[in-house]
Design a protein around this ligand. Structure first.
Ligand code: CA
Ligand code: CA
Length: 271
């Protein structure tokens, strides 16, 4: 840096240096001690100081450049990482949107199934019978342990929302027979009577009997017998399809109730 007493700047100083060298060239005989070197602190900067200053300036500029270039590449790398993060987030958002669409589709399908009415979901509803009632082919059956006469048995079944069993098919008859324990004379009332007109057997719902699973020789109205029961004894030759007897309705016997579980009645039960 030029000092305050040399306003001409570095060009001026350079010219003075050249003048001094020319003076030395022109007087080779002059003793070196006749021109003692001025100390560097003598007010005007020497050539080494100037070079040092220039070198220091260059170093400073170089250092600043290195820092600037380093910062540039660092920012560029950070920008690349940020770009990758943005790409990953975009992919995640896209995936979540697809999952959302799939869930909305499922929800719409289930809502449509729910509003289409009970008939649409009926096949998936499983029938559950009350405690101690046995399920067979859409009906629940109750086999009593206590004994009552036929009218009281009928009333009991009706008080439970059912009726004395109406047995139509061989499968139904066999199912019920299989539920009964063997014994000396285990006879169970079910829902058939000819109390209105002798020998005109009808079910408790008023429909006439067709066929039936009577024991040989039954019904015989032997002692004014107007109600039907089925018998299962220890005799293994007895079979389900030949087990019905007519008997006096006043006899005390256990009984079999039935409750159809189809339609709206099944939905009224707890599951
Ligand atoms: Ca009779
Ligand atoms: Ca009889």
């Amino acid at each position: 840096m030029p000092s305050s007493d040399s306003p001409a700047g570095s060009d001026g100083m350079f010219c003075k240096l050249m003048d001094e060298e020319d003076e030395l060239d022109r007087s080779p005989d002059v003793q070196l001690n006749a021109h003692p070197m001025r100390p560097l602190t003598a007010g005007r900067p020497g050539p080494y100081r100037l070079a040092t200053i220039c070198l220091a300036t260059l170093c400073g500029v170089l250092l600043i450049s290195i820092i600037a270039v380093s910062a540039h590449y660092k920012n560029k790398a950070a920008g690349g990482a940020a770009t990758q993060s943005v790409d990953a987030l975009s992919a995640a958002i896209s995936k979540l949107q697809q999952e959302k669409a799939a869930l909305q589709s499922k929800l719409a399908a289930r809502t449509a199934a729910a509003v289409s009415g009970p008939h649409a979901v009926a096949p998936t509803v499983s029938i559950v019978c009350p405690m101690e009632w046995h399920l067979f082919n859409g009906s629940c059956y109750f086999i009593s342990r206590v004994s009552r006469d036929w009218p009281e048995s009928k009333s009991y079944c009706e008080s439970k929302g059912g009726h004395l069993a109406i047995i139509v098919t061989e499968e139904e008859q066999t199912f019920l027979w299989d539920q009964l324990p063997r014994g000396h004379w285990n006879a169970y009332w079910f829902g058939i009577t000819d109390g209105h007109t002798e020998d005109q057997w009808t079910w408790v719902d008023g429909t006439p009997l067709v066929g039936g699973f009577w024991e040989e020789g039954e019904p015989n109205n032997h002692i004014d017998e107007d109600c039907g029961y089925m018998v299962k004894t220890r005799v293994l030759e007895r079979v389900a399809v030949r087990s019905w007897y007519d008997a006096p309705c006043s006899m005390y016997r256990p009984f079999i109730c039935e409750m159809e579980m189809g339609g709206a009645r099944s939905t009224a039960l707890p599951h």
